[in-house]
Design a protein around this ligand. Sequence first.
Ligand code: BES
Ligand code: ZN
Length: 931
Amino acid sequence: MVNSCRKLNCNIYIGFYCSAIILPLICICSQFSQPTIDQFTKDPGAFPVATNGELFPWRELRLPTVVIPLHYDLFIHPNLTSLDFVASEKIEVLVRDATQFIILHSNGLEIMNATLQSEEDLRYRKPGKKLTVLSYPAHQQIALMVPEKLRADLRYSVAIDFQAKLADGFEGFYKSTYRTLGGETRTIAVTDFEPTEARMAFPCFDEPLFKANFSIKIRRESRHIALSNMPKIKTVEVDGGLLEDHFGTTVKMSTYLVAYIVCDFNSVSGTASSGVKVSVYASPDKWSQTHYALEASLKLLDFYEKYFDIQYPLPKLDLVAIPDFASGAMENWGLITYRETSLLFDPKTSSTSDKLWITEVIAHELAHQWFGNLVTMEWWNDIWLNEGFATYMELISVNATYPELQFDDDFMNTCFEVIKKDSLNSSHPISNQAETPTQIQEMFDAVSYKKGACILNMLKDFLSEGKFKTGIIHYLKKFSYRNAKNDDLWNSLSNLTFLGENVEIKEMMTTWTLQKGIPLVVVKQEGRSLRLRQERFLNGVFREDPEWGPLQERYLWHIPLTYATSSSNEIHKHFLKSKTDTLDLPETTSWVKFNVDSNGYYIVHYEGHGWDQLITLLNQNHTLLRPKDRIGLIHDAFQLVSAGRLTLDKALDLTRYLQRETSIPALLKGLEYLELFYHTIDRRNISDITENLKHYILQYFKPVIDMQSWSDEGSVWDRMLRSVLLKLACYLNHTPCIQKATELFSQWVESSGKLNISADVLKIVYSVGAQTTAGWNYLLEQYGLSLSAAEKNKILYALSTSKHQEKLMKLIELGMEGKVIKTQDLAALLHAIARNPKGQQLAWNFVKENWTHLLKKFDLGSFALRMIIFGTTSHFSSKDELQEVKLFFESLKDQGVDLEIFQIVLETISKNIRWLEKNLSTLRNWLLISI
Ligand code: BES
Ligand code: ZN
């Protein structure tokens, strides 16, 4: 019922209805039946009570669609000394159906006055009629009650005066502070609205579908500058020596993309090929770190304008490094805000992986200027249309603009990371229902970002890059300045693809977006035939478990398979739409490898002799398989171990060829698993295996460890390998590594922090240095002084590796205080401490004991809180620990916490327990025969 209503409404409006009766081109459809004013009078008991005791006329979380915003005139005057702001706005609205009230979002704002003018009032300059304002904080809504019914198809202007304190956290219009070189603390004011926090800064229709134009004015002191989405048109002087900046009117956009900043930052600027002015802003002492970001954003903007064949529509684009920032970056149209580590590149202290991250984040946020800003999802349930696409576009754009970064080789890790979560039953479909602000925040997760990107990459590989690109450009052009949903995307793609061929893109893709989880393709070779079967892949649940069967029910994917065989180099394709299928090969082959280049979102299991054939192949001549196929095999093998389908010794045997591996990403993948096992066993204090595994790693990788220099020469992957290998070698107490790092650390201290050490090994040198009390104290001092966020991150990590619990506790205290260690870094700090075997219990106890304090700092659905919960518990691997975590989560039930979000933690711990039970003795024995 609900669905058919949605489809109908939208198709009619977009198709011809709107343009025919000259309504704005907006597709408004709400999932809810909307209470009418009659219902309100007939059944008042069904309505909530406003703060003043009167009935609030609206009971839904989503706004009614009878009144829609067209234009906002917004005036804001923040005071950076008293840390508050006064503001006013005029919203021009269109009434689509007669109504007695206007519902707006507003959260924590003090509304001083609200008036209404009709078009006629405006024409004859009649004063506004005063409106009664009712407030219903549980839904973050206010109702403006009008004296006379508003009439359909007429426009009105609503004027509201309001004020509030600058927020304390990272949302709405909040304050941020930074320290200057001279030790002075300065304050700036900045916005961050996505998904539902614009309502903390101004009363508005705070849903993505309500697109409007915004004209913004900001009053400020002369020592500051103001920035907003659009360029400044003029500055006027007002009373008290203050200045008022007037910004150009924006294009039509959603509220969550509005942004403004008052600060004293400096910038560097350049001009893109199309004439767009690009500027990168940072606090004055960090100006020298802005140059790489400017170069990258200019290149990437040029790339996107050409690739999409759609101009970036604003005259300017600013990128600003904000000292206190909750996430990595935010794509506000024309005014992108970043955490300092996501934008500032310091040639002395930023490593290769820092550079890759900065490039990736800029590429991601710039992609949003099209995917997200120009075309926006209708509702947050489809946030993947923003985030999945922006993540996918990182791959396309960084490959094209910075081929030397070899970003392509890292993309598979994006998919591998989400597979870990998506193969648990607690995962969710890419498109998932979300209504409350907490549920909406929770949608910003690996599934929306990474699985979204991976299935788009799979579809591109299936359709060919050209066809896929044509389809998405079609989608962007068709829905520009409007909103879209999944089906709109699939329709844009299928219009253009496989004419004559029987592939229904929508039918295929909904098996990936509406179904959670990842398929396992089981292959069995029988002579020239390949028997294929698909299942749902479950990590930590074995086929012999009673729950395995029920968890399989009704799962079916349309999988675009690719494969290569020993007898042909060609990439073969097969579309698997059923549970089972058979493929007949032209001749018998000694091996077959599915999922070429790991472009598909599925895991492959080779039954019978399949794995043995592949292990033999890797040992005999691994170069017959492409590097990404070798990585895929390592990944799949260890995943299958966790699912109880492959024995651990078989997977470990598969890694034996790595001594001859020349592909660094493949080498790193193998190493990653060995390291993971080491950490797991080390945490459990199983000393015989820990010692043997350490011995094995150091012995097995000795030639390549010894080859490493402590310099910054080589390709991106040479440099990444150096960082990973030396970090591991020092962690495992490899004497030459410790000696070299100790020597460099002493020299660095002697030079008062001036010595140039390769940024790729900086973290390792600091971590070794942090093991003495003097070194640790010196690092903490440097942490307070450093002006490089990249360096500070490395120092903080090093400090968190101390074996002394009192030092770790001191870090946590500093993080809670939020001065030396900023609150924005607390989640990563707790995560780092929990990874340290000496800190794991400490971090978890702290979280339990300080839960209410943490909830005051971070929202329940926020990325930070999720990272704190997951980061301090997901490594547990005993039944006692599981029980303890469960009890704690259950104790939160009384506080009204939705336990859904903890499910992933409980499943992860159960999976760890299972892994150890099943594989510990195999690992022990395998090591005994291997060292
Ligand atoms: N739109 C998001 C920012 C965001 C995140 C808003 C969570 C609301 C909730 C932005 O585009 C983003 O995705 N940022 C990423 C960085 C990106 C490179 C993965 C982030 O903040 O981690
Ligand atoms: Zn994003």
